[in-house]
Design a protein. Structure first.
Length: 509
């Protein structure tokens, strides 16, 4: 066999080896494979692969055939260092006659080097990431054919190593994210999903009980109530207390959705339907195995309602421009601030869609009907949005004004009111003068007044009334939590220190 044929056979072997390299996913195994085959292809005694640590400007060997030693040295030293600094092939026939040879390597390994062929390899950007060294050719110095073979192998080595390192990094990140996700879910599952529903009134307790009753169910739910009453909070509590809690909760505001976009937003669209349009999943597909929250569903037009009804009946969707039916496993929670039964009478809402959604009906009360929950809500928002140097509590007289205000914007308006104090008030306790003009100038409600709210001008009576209310709420929470201050504080919407302050103030044990 002539030398040309022999070279062709070895270059073909390099190409075949590159296929094996591309399928390897373990860095150590990959480097072992490359080093072993490189030594065999050029009849060398040993091959070593040095990886380049650019930040530390060091070369280190991961694998050395015939030795388990790991070498690390300054990248400016030795024949390998020369290959890195010049980016060129370095062929040393006799290391005893070449000053570039780093003799301390032989001293550390006990190996005796006679000749070296060093070839740098690069990543996909052309940056040098390491050096290929083959040592001690069996029948003399390395020749031009050997340089060509090792250079061909090096051209595949850099990309293969880079790929494996990226895959290992991605796997590490995936494991880290999986661990973090598991930890977060353990924290979520140890908390009651309804804990964000603040209130001790009969209406709120009824809603919490209803959510707990349907927690293991998959039925569709309709939530009704005025704007700002917390429909989204209730929807999230229903989702996270259900078997679908670890699957997506996808929300869509129907009021902000024009008729022309209903189908594409809900059911998705295929590529090429219009110029520049790419394939996209709709909300139903995105919520597969999870929950789809359709907020303000009463604002949809009749044609749009018909499309949603069909998807709910068939539990399948078809993308705009698509030719296939896509099954979806979705629980639907719909919410509206409208009276849907009245809308049906006025022929603005489909009765069949109403009955499809109205399997479980959650009616949220306006804040004016649960005014006794206002102290808990205020404490919750102060703790949630407050901080050092900001108000920590509210005076009895200011609280009484809040409890007698009609709150047309409900809980959302109350939260914004608390944000206003935190931005404008610089004292620890919020007084009546710190309240917004709308609250201070509003007349007292003439209906549904509690007996104790008549004599607003007598401060001691107001203070005593509010103190009695807070004392009762604190006692109830401590009883329900069996003396656990952390749980009691959570029920009251307070921090643990806030609860301790009230226990001291009212001399409660």
């Amino acid at each position: 066999m002539n030398s040309t044929t022999r070279l062709d056979d070895k270059l073909l072997a390099v190409l075949q080896l590159s296929t094996r390299m591309s399928s390897e996913r373990d860095l150590g195994a990959l480097l072992d494979l490359i080093a072993r085959e490189a030594a065999r292809l050029v009849d060398a005694d040993r091959s070593t692969i040095f990886l380049y640590d650019r930040e530390r400007n060091e070369l280190w060997s991961k694998v050395a055939i015939g030795s388990d030693d790991i070498l690390r040295f300054d990248a400016r030293l030795g024949v390998a260092g020369t290959a890195v600094s010049t980016g060129s092939v370095v062929n040393v026939p006799d290391v005893t006659k070449d000053r570039r040879f780093h003799a301390s390597m032989d001293e550390s390994t006990g190996y005796r080097t006679r000749s070296i062929l060093a070839v740098p390899f690069r990543d996909h950007l052309g940056e040098i990431t390491g050096v290929f060294e083959t040592l001690n050719k069996a029948d003399g110095p390395f020749d031009a054919d050997d340089e060509l073979i090792v250079s061909a192998l090096a051209s595949h080595t850099g990309i293969a190593i880079e790929t494996v390192q990226l895959l290992e990094e991605l796997e590490t990140q995936k494991d880290r994210l999986r661990d973090e996700n598991s930890q977060l879910w353990r924290e979520v599952e140890n908390r009651t999903p309804t804990h964000r529903i603040i209130g001790r009134s009969r209406e709120i307790r009824r809603i919490v009980r209803l959510i707990e009753q349907i927690s293991s169910s998959d039925v569709d739910v309709l939530i009704t109530g005025e704007s700002g009453t917390g429909k989204e909070v209730v929807a999230r509590a229903i989702h996270f207390s259900s078997p679908r809690a670890r699957r997506p909760l996808v929300a869509l505001n129907c009021a902000a959705l024009p008729d022309t976009l209903v189908e594409s937003e809900l059911f998705g669209i295929e590529k090429g339907v219009a110029t520049g349009v790419e394939s996209r999943r709709g909300k139903f597909e995105a919520a597969d195995e999870g929950t789809l929250f359709l907020d303000e569903i009463g604002d949809l037009s009749l044609p749009s309602q018909a499309k949603i009804l069909r998807a709910l009946q068939e539990r399948a969707v078809e993308r705009v421009g698509g030719q296939r039916t896509i099954p979806v496993d979705v629980r639907v929670i719909a919410a509206t601030n409208k009276d849907l039964e009245q809308e049906i009478e006025e022929e603005k809402f489909r009765s069949d869609l109403f009955y499809r959604l109205n399997v479980v009906h959650v009616r949220l009360p306006p804040l004016r009907r649960i005014a006794d929950d206002i102290p808990l809500l205020v404490n919750h928002f102060l703790a949630r949005h407050g901080g050092a140097g900001r108000p920590e509590e509210i005076s009895p007289s200011a609280l009484r004004l809040l409890m007698d205000y009609p709150w047309p914007g409900n809980i959302r308006q109350l939260e914004n009111e608390v944000r206003w104090w935190l931005a404008s008030c610089r004292r620890r306790i919020v007084e009546p003068d710190d309240l917004s003009d709308a609250i201070r100038s509003a007349p007292a409600r003439q209906t549904g007044l509690r007996p104790h709210s008549i004599e607003l001008s007598v401060r001691p009576t107001l203070a005593e009334t509010v103190a009695d209310l807070e004392t009762k709420l604190v006692r109830d929470a401590m009883t329900e939590s069996r003396g656990n201050q952390v749980r009691a504080a959570r029920l009251l919407g307070l921090s643990r220190q806030g609860l301790i302050n009230k226990l001291k103030r009212y001399k409660l044990k």
